[in-house]
Design a protein around this ligand. Structure first.
Ligand SMILES: Nc1ncnc2c1ncn2[C@@H]1O[C@H](COP(=O)(O)OP(=O)(O)OP(=O)(O)O)[C@@H](O)[C@H]1O
Length: 324
């Protein structure tokens, strides 16, 4: 069953220097209980996509086209109040900087209590403090927080990055959203903690049937967390499909280049140079395929015509190598 369906989504930012074309015609869906990892270099539009889905784009952003249907509701048509109700309960988002997601003046316990209270309210139940505390302790154990009794009495600044991240994951679970959006939630953490949190997210996805939209610049991380992977480049969706296909039979030259930087999981070891050049300035994106200036397989057509998204087996790819 489809939970989130995004069609032809384009987003721009207005800036003093002109219009930044951050997302162009992005189409994808996420089923209930499925995870999609979005991967691409810095500036490819990943955060813009996550914020667009949660309707948390900054004021200088504008939806140019497309639709976002969440749980059967076209969320671009909702009022801010209606959207607020969906956020937190239907859609929960953990930001890149987890430290800024918690309120510095309240103890962890109060903030988790509030999350439970919001859910009780949504479900039409009367808030019961002792029941809520039991639930909080049980979820903190699920997220492998050591000494939860001590942690809940602390303020956010008294926690480590890994602890804050786990508290945020716990908060998401207490809210029981249908869609959990995580924007680079592990990138500030050390590798061991990153691996633990990814495993935890996967376990929780399976246990609670939560859908996940996971943003990362690291295709190795994407391959761990994503049932499917979307490769974004300069605001264009380049490849989208089941993780195993994208990782083991990458079709787009950009996906291949991303994979060549982690030879261990790729059969492309040593066959492609590490990707040269950088993501273009989106005030003035390259015409045609936005990857063409860096592409080792560039053809005459590539700087003239935007390739269509074509289906090759069960993967969608936007590249002239695969026809129009
Ligand atoms: N508030 C903003 N105003 C103007 N331009 C913006 C704004 N936020 C992002 N951009 C631009 O939009 C494009 C996409 O940015 P976005 O942050 O979505 O990419 P990203 O892939 O998430 O990158 P990163 O990994 O660095 O966060 C970039 O060119 C960026 O400079």
């Amino acid at each position: 069953m489809v939970l989130l369906e995004v069609k032809d989504l384009s987003v721009v930012y207005r800036t003093p220097f002109g219009i930044v074309n951050a997302l162009n015609d992005v189409t994808f869906s996420i089923d209930k209980g499925e995870s999609l990892a979005v991967v691409g270099e810095s500036g490819s539009g990943k955060s813009t996509l996550a914020l667009a889905v949660a309707r948390l784009l900054p004021p200088n952003a504008r939806y140019v086209s497309g639709s976002i249907v969440f749980d059967g509701i076209d969320i671009l048509r909702l009022s801010s109040d209606e959207m607020r109700k969906i956020r937190g309960t239907g859609i929960f988002m953990v930001f890149q900087e987890p430290a800024t997601s918690l309120n510095p003046v309240f103890k962890v316990k109060d903030q988790l209590m509030e999350a439970v209270r919001i859910r009780y309210e949504r479900e039409g139940n009367t808030f019961d403090e002792s029941k809520a505390i039991n639930e909080i302790m049980s979820v903190l154990k699920d997220v492998r927080i050591p000494d939860p009794e001590l942690i809940i009495e602390r303020y956010p600044h008294q926690l480590s990055g890994g602890q804050i991240q786990r508290v945020m994951i716990a908060m998401g679970l207490l809210m029981r959203p249908k869609l959990y959006i995580a924007d680079e939630p592990t990138s500030a953490l050390d590798v061991t903690v990153q691996a633990q949190i990814l495993k935890l997210l996967k376990d929780l996805k399976n246990e609670y049937g939560i859908s996940i939209l996971f943003i990362t610049h690291d295709i190795a991380v994407a391959s761990i967390i994503g049932d499917s992977i979307m490769v974004l480049y300069a605001g264009q969706l380049m490849e989208l499909g089941p993780a195993k296909n994208v990782i083991y039979e990458p079709r787009h030259p950009y996906t291949q280049a991303l994979l060549s930087s982690i030879p261990k999981i790729s059969k492309f070891e040593g066959r492609l140079p590490i990707i040269g050049g950088s993501v273009p300035n989106l005030l003035n994106p390259p015409p045609g395929c936005r990857f063409h200036p860096r592409c080792p397989h560039r053809m005459d057509v590539c700087d003239k015509v935007v390739p269509n998204l074509v289906k090759v087996n069960n993967v969608h790819v936007r590249c002239h190598l695969y026809g129009q």
